[in-house]
Design a binder for this molecule. Structure first.
Ligand code: FES
Length: 496
């Protein structure tokens, strides 16, 4: 049973009338009213994050009606059956810290440029003075598509019908326009460069991502082209050109090629492993002569979803757990939840203290880190599945390239989550091989930095080179990967 008692409710109320919305679930009706409700599972009833307090009559998906007096229910599991008063959850994750770095780029251009990293979780935008090559504005926000599902799979599902695709396209295009407006007049923007995973680029461009969601996982486009910005966005300079970073495959996208560019991995004389850890672990291993890349489905555990007390990073979330099981909490507040970096730390500390053994077994059903926040036996299982997927991807790439751990000169950890993950804890739980201690570097928002570099012609030429270097290995159905996955499920023995 999922823990919902930790959820904080704001005093914000919404009122729905039955006629307006009885064919929509409460979640859909609230979205239509422009309320942002966290729905990591996209309304499938599994994440338990869409809870709202309701006064009035509702009908369950199976048709039973009941009268509620302020009870908490999942908004995706009920239809309104009368006029309702609804108390909405507090704005979780709105204050999530977002790693924003913007490198200088070669100047000599004209007007302003806009570089955008559309992450599945966050969107970061940078305005550049193209004459000077300097970043003059930064803005970021949680991806407004989050209330349609937290991960790319739920977004693919939502965008699989034309109306859903249109809605998600509209949401992200509007968000980019609004972020730009917060920094400058969009009419002054002459060039836009966007780096994102392949699904996000499809949705932005209004292309169906449906083919990426099922075998043989074929995207409609691998991008890497320029378009008139007016095809997608309004209010920008009439001659504004928009570029979408090139993708390698359906699951190794323009965010990865942009990261391989900005981190300099594509020019490396020595072997580097570039890895972006999220609901998918996307990674590439190689050097200036070529990379092999792959993507593994880690699931949502590292994003805090499908974890009993899990939540995205935000005020009240435990973001770090020390070896003695004491915790650090984001914001000046009591611990209410635990986010991805805290979960990895917590499992590492439970292993070190012998509370969890190497098979993942925990004596008690729950271990309380604080009065409210606990790690359950089921959470440990979720972490095992997630870390096994990432580790098996790493092992498979190493074997494919004929490399040992020692051959890897540097491990570059990209992405928002990676920026907060402690490498020591990742090695303790076996997400990374212990041999990678001491050679791991956080790249910050390397996709955003790559998008910024692609604002110049030279940057786009280099990005095309980085993309051409990347080969792709499809892991599904690969025996080597399956064997590595099973092996990586166990924790290694930990010296206390
Ligand atoms: Fe309702 Fe996930 S349980 S959105």
């Amino acid at each position: 049973m999922k823990n919902t008692e930790n959820k904080t409710f704001s005093s914000f109320f919404s009122f729905l009338s039955a006629e307006a919305s009885c064919s929509q679930t409460l979640l859909e009706a609230l979205r239509a009213e422009k309320h942002e409700i966290s729905a990591p599972c996209g309304g499938n009833g599994t994440c338990k994050r869409c809870s709202v307090k309701v006064w009035g009559r509702v009908r369950s998906l199976t048709g039973e009606e009941k009268e509620l007096e302020g009870e908490e229910i999942l908004a995706c599991r009920y239809y309104p059956a009368g006029d309702l008063k609804i108390e909405l959850p507090g704005a979780e994750a709105k204050n999530a810290p977002i790693a924003v770095n913007a490198p200088d780029i070669p100047g000599g251009g004209e007007g302003l440029g806009l570089a955008v990293d559309i992450g599945t979780t966050t969107v970061a935008a940078y305005v550049y003075d193209l004459a000077e090559g300097r970043c003059v504005g930064k803005a970021s926000a949680m991806n407004a598509q989050r209330s349609y599902g937290a991960n790319v799979i739920s977004r693919i599902q939502y965008a699989s019908d034309p109306a859903g695709l249109e809605e998600l396209s509209r949401v992200i295009r509007n968000q980019i326009t609004e972020l730009t407006r917060s920094m400058c007049d969009p009419a002054d923007i002459k060039y836009i460069s966007i780096a994102a995973n392949t699904v996000m680029e499809h949705i932005f461009a209004g292309l169906s991502p449906e083919g990426i969601g099922k075998a043989p996982f074929k995207p409609l486009s691998l991008f890497g082209d320029e378009y008139p910005a007016a095809d997608f966005l309004s209010g920008f300079h009439p001659d504004c050109v928009l570029y979408l970073a090139p993708a390698v495959s359906g699951y190794v996208g323009g965010d990865i090629t942009a990261g391989i560019l900005s981190s300099g991995a594509y020019k490396s004389e020595k072997t580097v492993l570039f890895i972006d850890i999220g609901t998918n672990g996307e990674m590439a291993l190689g050097d200036k002569n070529g990379f092999v890349s792959c993507a593994t489905a880690a699931g949502p555990a590292f994003e805090g979803a499908e974890i009993d007390c899990g939540a995205p990073a935000g005020d009240g979330a435990i973001n770090a757990v020390n070896a003695d099981l004491t915790c650090t909490v984001l914001g000046q507040t009591e611990a209410e939840t635990i986010c991805g970096s805290g979960i990895i730390d917590a499992v590492a500390a439970l292993l070190k203290n012998g509370i969890v053994d190497e098979t993942g077994r925990m004596e008690e059903e729950k271990y309380y880190l604080t009065e409210k926040v606990f790690i359950s036996a089921r959470d440990i299982r979720q972490v095992q599945l997630a870390k096994a997927a990432i580790r098996a991807g790493i092992e498979t790439l190493l074997e494919e390239k004929g490399c040992s751990y020692e051959d890897v000169d540097k491990v570059l950890i990209a992405g928002g989550f990676g920026a907060y993950m402690k490498v020591e804890s990742a090695c303790t739980i076996g997400l990374l091989p212990p041999e990678f201690r001491g050679k791991t570097v956080h790249t910050g928002n390397s996709a955003g930095a790559g998008a910024a570099m692609a604002l110049t012609e030279q940057g786009r030429t280099e990005l095309a080179k980085a993309d051409a270097l990347c080969g792709y290995l499809e892991l599904s159905g690969l025996e080597l990967f399956n064997d590595n996955y099973i092996e990586a499920m166990m924790f290694e023995e930990v010296d206390e």
